[in-house]
Ligand binder design. Structure first.
Ligand code: RIB
Length: 333
């Protein structure tokens, strides 16, 4: 592994001169600069991260921020982003943020010092204000951060309306909703989609909406409580598949048969939905496509310094499985 000293020796200059060429700071005449760059090429010298990025102006690194790597949705999303960034020669960095602003700011500062070329962020706590000092492109994924920032999302509200319409079509007459966190914009849109479909029903009451915090345990507890207080409920739309799995577990604990006594539909389309019993019907997000799209938008903005705002919205797709089909006759393979 060549060192800066080897480069200096070959180019017949001091290491300080080599450093000035790498860091583009201080005067070096063109002939000397040329000799140094030839020596770097010939020795295949790799300056350290900072020097390399200063020398080339880029680190060839892209970072993805996700709020919860324990939720299977995010590893599936990260897979797509990593595949595309690698295809274009970028190193992919995954940061788990817990939606904590201090943690996100720490990651942003550390990665900027490494001259990261761009960020893809899934965040419901960062705002345009938090990010206005970032000098490289950022694409918001899954959740809108600012109208002035490119984003890739899905049709949360209309997709949720479709979920409730579907529950009605399989015979549900009292439908409840397990909602995601109220500080997450897509959870709010999904709840609004549910309300669009039920608010005018004579059977609806606000206690049919409970929070499941986008996780299995909270959803299980909420569903246990909901179904105990309201045994008349025969359909539940869960705002994501993890919560849908929590509802299935609660129904089993209460001796409710799914789908005969209670039909359940989730949202996301994570692989786990196929493995729970009964398999979970869901409004599937095109997870790989949204990750791929965000990566392509970012790479284009890095390459062209294009600061235009690109907004992509993909459609979710109903995947029918045993948790809603009365006779489980036909479902997505
Ligand atoms: O399951 C995790 C949820 O958080 C998904 O619905 C996804 O849209 C993300 O926002």
């Amino acid at each position: 592994m060549a060192t800066i000293r080897d480069v200096a020796e070959l180019a017949k200059v001091s290491t300080a001169t080599v450093s000035r060429v790498i860091n583009s700071n201080g005067y070096v005449n063109d002939e000397t600069k040329k000799r140094v760059k030839e020596a770097i090429e010939q020795l295949n010298y790799l300056p350290n991260d900072v020097a390399r990025s200063l020398f080339k102006g880029r680190s060839q690194m892209i970072a993805l921020f996700v709020p919860d790597i324990t939720n299977p949705f995010f590893p599936e999303l990260a897979r797509a982003v990593e595949d595309v960034t690698n295809q274009y020669g970028y190193t992919f960095v995954l940061c788990n943020t817990d939606n904590d602003n201090d943690k996100q700011m720490d990651y942003l500062s550390a990665l900027q010092q490494k001259s990261v070329d761009g960020f893809i962020m899934v965040s419901s706590s960062m705002t345009g204000e938090h990010l206005q000092h970032i000098q490289v492109p950022i694409v918001a994924l899954d959740r809108i951060i600012s109208p002035d920032m490119s984003s890739v999302t899905v049709n949360n509200r209309s997709g949720s309306r479709q979920a409730v319409q579907y529950l009605k079509s399989v015979g549900c007459t009292r439908i409840a909703h397990i909602a995601g966190p109220e500080h997450v914009d897509n959870a709010v849109y999904r709840m609004r989609g549910y309300l669009d479909e039920v608010k005018d029903e004579d059977w609806f009451n606000s206690s049919y909406v409970v929070s499941g915090a986008y996780n299995f345990d909270a959803a299980r507890k909420a569903a246990m409580n909901l179904l105990t207080r309201h045994p008349e409920i025969d359909g539940i739309f869960a705002g994501n598949d993890l919560m849908g799995a929590g509802v299935l577990n609660a129904a089993a604990s209460l001796g409710k048969k799914v789908p005969d006594d209670l039909a359940v539909i989730g949202f996301d389309g994570i692989t786990m939905g196929e493995t729970v019993t009964p398999a979970l019907t869901t409004m599937a997000q095109p997870i790989y496509e949204i990750g791929k799209s965000a990566a392509e938008i970012l790479i284009n903005q890095i390459g062209t310094s294009d600061s235009g705002v690109v907004t992509e919205e993909f459609n979710v797709q109903l995947i029918e499985r045993q948790s809603t089909l009365r006779k489980a006759e036909t479902y997505e393979q």
